[in-house]
Design a protein around this ligand. Structure first.
Ligand code: ADP
Ligand code: MG
Length: 313
């Protein structure tokens, strides 16, 4: 196929699992099917698409399975659970997207790349873990793990949870392979969950107990791929200033200057819209042309400039 441009699509949590759902395979497949209907349309419209996605709920569920089954089979560390989630979500997208494309006689291969993301072992985030992961445990269990050097917090009266660092993603170990798969005509799914965080030690990679923000990881992918458009799909159609206040205003287009101003005024919440806007800012600062934040339903309209928030230089 001849493509007119390249889009790196970062799918938010609700593209795979909706709020209130427990995460049954049928639920996730159905959501992925609906998401893939939109992605297939982009491909039919002539866009080359590279896909990345979040994995928070999925990796959370895998951690529960590991914890509950620990008496029977050894529990896996966080990096391996992350790899499992990439495989699981990648499989669902591979199957659903290829089925839909095949219905239209478009036979492009869809392939998932298990992706490692290099982080700096001196990243200050390692000194201050912030991201809760996995199930809730008792105080006794938390105390025991803390003696082994882990960091645990009491999470809003619901019990104790392990917290891990969220370091800045730097480079993608598998980037050359990803680029050659894209060049050879594959629809590539890569860097799921922001990538599996690894550090480099004596010329070797080693998984670490950390999580990478999928929006920041998506920016790395979009920049390396030299995407024309970095598109973050979430559950709101626009980025707003004064979000959920009487003077709330949807933003159609923002430039780097606006972003810095709005960031300093605290309009974008840390942990949700904050990293998305910052990821787009980084993409444009690194030479990207255009970034979009919108909802899945508005994705096609946004590509025509008729919806969503566009981030420009
Ligand atoms: P995803 O799974 O797609 O990463 P998040 O929940 O992390 O989703 O981020 C999307 C959420 O960000 C929205 O549902 C919205 O409630 C929240 N949000 C916070 N600040 C803003 C803002 N200024 N404009 C739009 N949404 C915002
Ligand atoms: Mg998020």
């Amino acid at each position: 196929m001849e493509y007119k441009d390249t889009i790196v699509l970062a799918l938010g949590g609700n593209a795979i699992l909706q709020p209130g759902q427990r995460g049954a395979s049928t639920e996730q497949m159905e959501n992925v099917y609906k998401t893939c209907m939109q992605i297939a349309q982009m491909i039919k419209d002539g866009h080359r698409v590279v896909i990345t996605h979040g994995n928070g709920p999925q990796v959370g569920n895998i951690l529960i399975q590991n914890s509950e089954g620990a008496g029977k089979v050894p529990a896996m560390p966080l990096d391996i659970c992350g790899a499992e989630s990439q495989g699981m979500i990648g499989y669902m997208i591979q199957q659903q997207l290829a089925n839909i494309l095949h219905d239209d006689d478009i036979n492009v291969p869809v392939v998932t790349m298990i992706t490692q993301m290099v982080v700096d072992k001196g990243d200050p985030a390692f000194l201050k873990p912030t991201k809760p992961v996995g199930p809730f445990y008792s105080k006794e269990y938390a105390d025991e793990r803390m003696k082994k050097g882990e960091v645990w917090i009491e999470d809003a009266g619901r019990g104790f949870r392990k917290v891990v660092p969220s370091p800045t993603p730097i480079s993608i170990v598998e980037i050359d392979t990803i680029l050659s798969l894209i060049d050879s005509g594959c629809v590539v799914i890569a860097n799921g969950g922001g990538g599996i965080p690894v550090i480099e030690e004596d010329g070797r990679y080693k998984g670490v107990e950390a999580v990478i923000d999928k929006d920041f990881g998506g920016e790395r992918l979009a920049s390396y791929v030299r995407a024309d458009t970095f598109m973050i799909l979430t559950d709101v159609p626009y980025v707003y200033i004064n979000y959920r206040k009487p003077e709330e205003k949807a933003l159609n287009e923002i430039n780097l200057e606006d972003i810095v101003k709005y960031q300093s005024e605290g309009h974008f919440k840390a942990g949700s819209m904050g990293p998305k806007v910052e990821a787009c800012r980084r993409f444009i600062s690194n030479g990207g042309k255009n970034a979009i934040i919108t909802s899945l339903d508005n994705a096609l309209l946004a590509l025509e400039g008729k919806a969503g928030t566009r981030i420009v230089r």
